[in-house]
Ligand binder design. Structure first.
Ligand SMILES: [Zn+2]
Length: 491
């Protein structure tokens, strides 16, 4: 939900700020609804107001503006206090609900009627939306099938069509659907395999590669392409020059180095927002002797065997990885790398969890960090003190905001009154200007305060425990060092 239109209307006889139906009351009710919904509160709010127009006419300047914004796809959702605010003509209303809004993919909420087009089954709206989704799905599936079948033909012919070749290979300049050995770095691949066969671990190998200044995949790709294809994917530039064990693992597990072309490992669905589906190894398809090999089949197999046996040993140890709400967002303040979390158990129970920087460890510049629970508590406290608001407090903020709107209405009226006095000669020009300027400043100050309350309401939430969802809503990155949390980048 990106853009919400708040539509408010009063007719001539309701034009009294004290009634339940005043513009400011309607706004208050709509905002209260928006800010108590996690789904809606982050959206940009747009106000459309009609004052002194009856609900039975559809020709109202505020409504006209709103409908034109809807037609221009600038609005995703319309919220009104009740349906009669929007339209008295139920036939016309039905037409909007059943045909026009669903067609334009606009959600409609009428608060006091308890109506939400997204969930309501009446008015035939749901059927219309479902039918439209069906058409949409059908259209996407059709395109997806067409694209996949053309890729499949390419795979079966052994054409290398998927992105950039792995480290150690380049695309054949004479035939872009083939790959050939990249002589600049192919020896590095052979080196990695020989180190595995010597009995070195993945992290030991990463350290050796770093000590010897061996070009990484990302750096080699940058040389070949002339630009950094990982940019935007990895937010740390540090990964460019440093090997870590997962990078080595990826290479020594890739059968491509034996000359075998493996496909059908995964597929990307066009539905579901492009979710990747991974197939089990039994469904992978292979073409042997597809291209020149860098590693012999025998060496590849023995390397895998060695890694497998070590893997088993590792699992039987008493260190297991344990997830935390902070996983993936904590970085080492010194080098910018994501830190790793490791849990120590007594076999069943987690005793404590630690964080460490693999990158600094490889470079032998490791700093000792505090235990994970200390960071988790600290982050929880920070979030609570910055963003926690309960329902009572939210209503208090909304009421304060309404009072400011009411105050501004009064100031507007006063301005008009002073203008009339000046026009009829009851007030001197200089005096009128002085009053007008003073009112202007007051109005602007109130508006500023209204905006500040909006920002507070948008951020406010109920923070009772530290969850992944909660952390992701507010925090982008946490930088830590041996002295604790150094910096937090908020979203
Ligand atoms: Zn580090």
């Amino acid at each position: 939900m990106n853009n919400i239109a708040m539509y408010m209307r009063i007719s001539v006889d309701e034009n009294d700020e004290n009634t339940e139906e005043s513009i400011n009351s309607q706004r208050n009710i709509i905002k209260s609804y928006i800010f108590s919904s996690e789904e809606l509160k982050g959206a940009k709010l747009h106000e459309y107001i009609d004052e002194g127009y009856s609900g039975s006419t559809t020709s109202r300047p505020g409504l006209d503006k709103l409908l034109s914004a809807v037609k221009n796809r600038k609005i995703d959702c319309i919220i009104v206090k009740d349906m009669s605010r929007f339209m008295r003509d139920y036939i016309e209303m039905g037409n909007y609900l059943e045909n026009i809004f669903p067609f334009l993919c606009v959600r409609f909420i009428a608060i006091t009627d308890g109506y939400d087009s997204l969930t309501d089954g009446t008015n035939g709206t749901e059927i219309t939306i479902q039918f439209k989704n069906l058409l949409n799905d059908y259209y996407c599936r059709d395109i997806s099938i067409k694209m996949k079948s053309s890729l499949k033909v390419n795979y079966e012919k052994g054409r290398y069509v998927t992105g950039n070749p792995p480290y150690g290979y380049i695309k054949d300049p004479d035939n872009y659907q083939n790959i050939i050995i990249d002589d600049v770095v192919a020896d590095n691949v052979r080196y990695m395999f020989s180190l595995i066969l010597e009995g070195k671990t993945l992290s030991q190998i990463a350290k050796i590669l770093n000590d010897e200044g061996i070009l990484t995949s990302r750096a080699r790709r940058k040389e070949l392409l002339g630009y950094d294809s990982y940019k935007g994917r990895c937010d740390s530039t540090a990964e460019e020059t440093i090997w870590c064990s997962s990078m080595v693992r990826r290479i020594v597990h890739n059968e491509v180095y034996t000359g075998t072309y493996v496909y059908n490992k995964s597929s990307k669905s066009k539905l579901d927002g492009g979710k990747v589906i991974y197939y089990p190894e039994s469904e992978w398809k292979k073409i042997y002797n597809h291209h020149e090999s860098i590693i012999s089949k025998e060496d590849y197999d023995s390397a895998r065997k060695m890694l497998k046996s070590r893997h088993r040993k590792h699992l039987s140890g008493n260190r297991v990885y344990e997830s935390s709400p902070l996983v993936g967002m904590v970085r080492c303040n010194k080098c910018g790398y994501k830190v790793r979390i490791v849990a120590t158990t007594d076999g069943n129970k987690v005793l404590y969890r630690n964080v460490y920087c693999q990158h600094c460890r490889l470079l032998e510049e490791e700093e000792k960090f505090a235990r994970l629970d200390i960071f988790e508590n600290k982050v929880f406290e920070i979030l609570k003190s910055n963003f926690h608001t309960d329902e009572k407090e939210r209503q208090k903020l909304l009421n304060k905001q309404k009072a400011l709107y009411d105050e501004n209405d009064k100031l507007d009226k006063k301005k008009l009154q002073k203008f009339e006095e000046y026009k009829f000669g009851k007030l001197k020009r200089e005096e009128f200007i002085k009053i007008k300027d003073k009112l202007k400043i007051e109005l602007e100050n109130n508006l500023k305060e209204i905006e500040e309350i909006d920002t507070m309401l948008k951020k406010a939430g109920n923070i009772e425990s530290l969850t992944k969802e909660m952390v992701m809503k507010y925090i982008k990155t946490i930088y830590i060092s041996s002295s604790g949390i150094e910096k937090i980048d908020y979203i």
